[in-house]
Design a protein. Structure first.
Length: 371
């Protein structure tokens, strides 16, 4: 145990510091809000690193802490919410926030493929953009000693979004951001944690956007388990869609396109989500991936923008309910295919993202309903 603690507290931070010497200074300045020219590296850089690594040394992936285990089991026995009996509410709240137009421009460029000189980049707020405003709050929550599982190895597996009013209203008013750990579940693969985030306009004191991210902490048995056969897409469902008479669909379309190898780094600059497996081949290899993988929310927003280009009335600045599941990692670079459809008489628009050459390789499924 002593050797493990020494490794966690000293060796790993040295490796992280080595990464700083290898990669661009700008990357770390953006992530930790540093001005390295003023000598801020030591106090600011190591604080969040040590905090996460220290907590990780006392918690196992896929295993609830004792405090949360008792609360979850008691709630399950009484068929109540998992959080009813918790002593501490794990949340974060920021008031009087203003939108960063430069960040919005970068986000729209990387998620739409538009040219950097397009005049609309600073005036369009898409459905997934508000989620990027909560990244720093998420970091505070998962690095808290009260967080139910280890902060290392968390996987974003699902995302639900409810847009109650035009998201572009945040351009007209300051707003408040609130995040809370809203649910915890023990599942076959480990432990699922829901983080609920809400955006309130200060001018009207109303919630105009709400999102729930589901994070999976895999158990040791799942991590060590041999790879399973490739996931199938319902007997080649996309092919079946194309073969079905188009008269049964009110909307149907698809698009193939190439995803560049630096997409993860560009998206990280827009959102400050600098998880290493999204950035470079070398940093991805440290976490067991041969190549960097795309952010799930980038994949979702890029797909929504493709639908918007074809059917703008379905997505553009609308009140929407979105439910997405992130499947297999999207390795960078890649060629992918976005397929979307809505059957006649249905209010639900569905979309999938698959590998362009092998549609059994499924990366994302999502459904959209106008509110």
């Amino acid at each position: 145990m002593c050797t493990l603690v020494v490794s966690v507290l000293f060796i790993i931070p040295l490796i992280v510091l080595g990464l700083y010497l290898v990669f661009k200074r700008r990357l770390f300045e953006n992530y930790f809000n540093l001005d390295l020219s003023k000598g801020q590296l030591i106090p600011s850089f190591f604080t969040p690193v040590y905090r996460i690594l220290w907590i990780a040394g006392f918690k196992k992936q896929g295993v609830l802490s004792k405090k949360w285990y008792k609360s979850v089991k008691l709630a399950e026995e009484n068929n109540r919410s998992k959080l009813v009996s918790l002593q501490t509410k794990l949340d974060a709240e920021w008031d009087n926030v203003e939108i960063d137009l430069d960040k919005l421009k970068i986000y729209n460029v990387v998620c739409s493929g538009a040219h950097e000189e397009c005049p609309w980049l600073a005036s369009v707020v898409s459905a997934c953009f508000p989620e990027s405003l909560f990244i720093s709050q998420w970091m505070l929550l998962i690095s808290s000693s009260d967080f139910p599982v280890s902060p290392l190895g968390l996987i974003h597996i699902r995302q639900s979004i409810k847009v109650y009013q035009r998201p572009s209203k945040i351009l007209e008013s300051k707003f408040d951001l609130k995040s809370v750990v809203s649910d915890v579940r023990c599942v076959d693969k480990g432990v699922e944690v829901d983080i609920k985030s809400q955006l309130y306009l200060r001018s009207t004191e109303t919630c105009i956007w709400e999102g729930t991210a589901t994070l999976l902490s895999r158990s040791k048995e799942v991590i060590n388990k041999q790879k399973q056969p490739k996931e199938q897409v319902d007997q080649g469902s996309n092919n079946n869609l194309e073969a079905t008479s188009k008269s049964s669909y009110e909307i149907f379309g698809w698009k193939r396109f190439h995803v560049d190898g630096d997409t993860g780094l560009k998206y990280a600059k827009a959102t400050h989500d600098y998880n290493p497996h999204h950035l470079y081949p070398k940093t991805a290899q440290l976490l067991g991936y041969d190549q960097p993988i795309a952010h799930g929310l980038w994949t979702l927003q890029r797909s929504l923008n493709i639908v918007k280009d074809v059917f703008p009335l379905e997505v553009a600045d609308k009140a929407l309910s979105i439910d997405a599941s992130f499947k297999k990692p999207l390795f960078l670079p890649s060629d992918i295919k976005v397929t979307f459809w809505r059957k006649r008489g249905s209010k639900e628009l569905s979309l999938t993202v698959t590998n362009a050459e092998d549609e059994r390789n499924l990366h994302l499924t999502a459904t959209l309903v106008k509110l």
